[in-house]
Design a binder for this molecule. Structure first.
Ligand code: 5GP
Length: 183
């Protein structure tokens, strides 16, 4: 029953993290898949909760062993991937599971599990997306430019998704996502 599995993707800084946090707080029947990454933790991020923070060696080992449902190099630097076992366990328990991953990962999940539901989170406008990325202030200018370049490509892929939800207001957007997950 992998239609219990929903992939959320969308350009950088569109507010996916905020929407996911809102969903987890207000809809406790939705479970989030914890990704693995080779990037360093940001202040406040907790290993095993925000991400599994893995070395490149550990990550490559997981790829070799087929332990990842999907993985991708994101923003040209670090690897990010979805551990397969927790997903299989959650689906076996018929839980609603949410993946917050990039476009390349979303495409891989759709290939591996055609019943998976793909939702694209779009910004109200491109200018608003740029404003949000700069306002966040967690990335260097070089990193911001790299992420905006990725975002431009990602925006063009919205039509590949089953649904597009505009993040105009967090609570509204989150409720729309959960309604789609349960439909
Ligand atoms: P950040 O470094 O800001 O936490 O995440 C950067 C990007 O990595 C985001 O676009 C996010 O969607 C993506 N990402 C996070 N986890 C995964 C994953 O498991 N697989 C893939 N393919 N992308 C991921």
């Amino acid at each position: 029953m992998s239609n219990r599995l929903t992939v959320l993707a969308g350009p950088t800084a569109v507010g996916k993290g905020t929407i996911v946090a809102y969903i987890l707080e207000h809809f406790p029947d939705v479970k989030l898949s914890v990704s693995a990454t080779t990037r360093a933790p940001r202040p406040g991020e907790i290993d095993g909760v925000s991400y599994y923070f893995w070395t490149h060696e550990r990550f490559d080992e997981a790829i070799a062993k087929g332990e990842l449902l999907e993985y991708a190099v994101v923003h040209g630097v670090n690897k990010y991937g979805t551990p397969k076992a927790p997903i299989e366990q959650a689906l076996a328990k018929d839980e609603l599971i949410l993946l917050e991953i990039d476009l390349q990962g979303a495409r891989q999940v759709k290939k591996a599990m055609p019943e998976a539901r793909l939702i694209f989170i779009a910004p109200p406008s491109w200018d608003e997306l740029v404003r949000r990325l700069k306002g966040r202030g967690t990335e260097s200018e070089e990193e911001q430019a790299r992420r905006l370049e990725t975002a431009r490509v990602e925006m063009a892929a919205a039509s590949e998704f089953d649904h597009v939800v505009v993040n105009d207001e967090v609570a509204r957007c989150a409720a729309e996502v959960v309604n789609l997950m349960k439909s």
